[in-house]
Write a protein of this length. Structure first.
Length: 190
C-alpha cells in the first residue's frame, strides 16, 4: 500500500524528470513508514512465541478469544522467519494462537519477541482511498524530500532560532488534523 505515488510527489515538487522514480519513491516509502503506523489498523501485537517442529504458537498480553478464531487467516510479521507470512489459525487459547509452520525449525520454548511481533487481520479499510490520508502522506513526502535536498532551510526551534533539522515531532503534527479521523488510539500514547 503506497499512500503517496511517485507521480503525485513529482507533480507537487515540480521536478519533472530531473530525478529517477526510484529516488522519489524513497521519499514516498518514508512517508508511508511515518504515517501508516499511526493509522487505525486491524493488528494485534504478540509479546512471545514458541514452536515445535510443526506448530508455532504466538502469545499475547491480552485475551484473544474474541479476536481470533480457528480457520482464520492472518499475516504475521516481525517474528522469526518460520512464523512470518500468511498463516491459518488451528487453535485459539485465552492469550495465544497456534498454526502450522513449514521448514524444519528447531523446537523452542516460549520466549519474548522484542520489539513485539505483529499479527494483521484482514482490514475493511483501504487508506489509499481516503483523500485526507493521501494528502497527509504527500505533505510528509514533500517535507522529507525538501529536508534531504536543502537541509539548511530547516525549521524553527521553540526559542525561535533557526534549526537545520525539520524532521522532528512537528513532521506528523503538521498533518494531524488531516489524519485525526483515522488515528489509531494505540498510537496516541504519550
Amino acid at each position: 500500500m503506497s499512500l503517496c505515488t511517485v507521480a503525485e510527489l513529482r507533480s507537487a515538487l515540480g521536478v519533472g524528470t530531473l530525478y529517477p522514480d526510484a529516488t522519489l519513491q524513497e521519499a514516498c516509502d518514508a512517508a508511508d513508514a511515518v504515517l501508516i503506523p499511526m493509522l487505525w489498523s486491524n493488528t494485534v501485537f504478540n509479546v512471545a512465541h514458541s514452536n515445535t517442529t510443526t506448530v508455532g504458537t504466538l502469545y499475547f498480553d491480552q485475551v484473544v478469544t474474541d479476536i481470533f478464531y480457528v480457520g482464520q487467516t492472518v499475516v504475521i510479521s516481525n517474528n522469526e522467519s518460520h512464523f512470518n507470512g500468511s498463516k491459518t489459525i488451528t487453535a485459539v487459547g485465552t492469550d495465544s494462537i497456534s498454526f502450522a509452520i513449514t521448514g524444519t525449525p528447531t523446537a523452542k520454548t516460549k520466549h519474548a519477541v522484542v520489539p513485539y511481533g505483529i499479527v494483521t487481520i484482514t482490514s475493511n479499510t483501504d487508506w489509499t482511498l481516503d483523500s485526507a490520508i493521501q494528502l497527509a502522506a504527500l505533505e510528509i513526502a514533500v517535507d522529507i524530500w525538501q529536508a534531504r535536498q536543502t537541509t539548511s532551510s530547516g525549521g524553527v526551534s521553540p526559542d525561535f532560532q533557526p534549526s537545520p533539522w525539520k524532521m522532528g515531532s512537528s513532521l506528523l503534527a503538521k498533518v494531524r488534523g488531516l489524519i485525526a479521523h483515522a488515528l489509531d488510539p494505540r498510537s496516541m500514547v504519550g
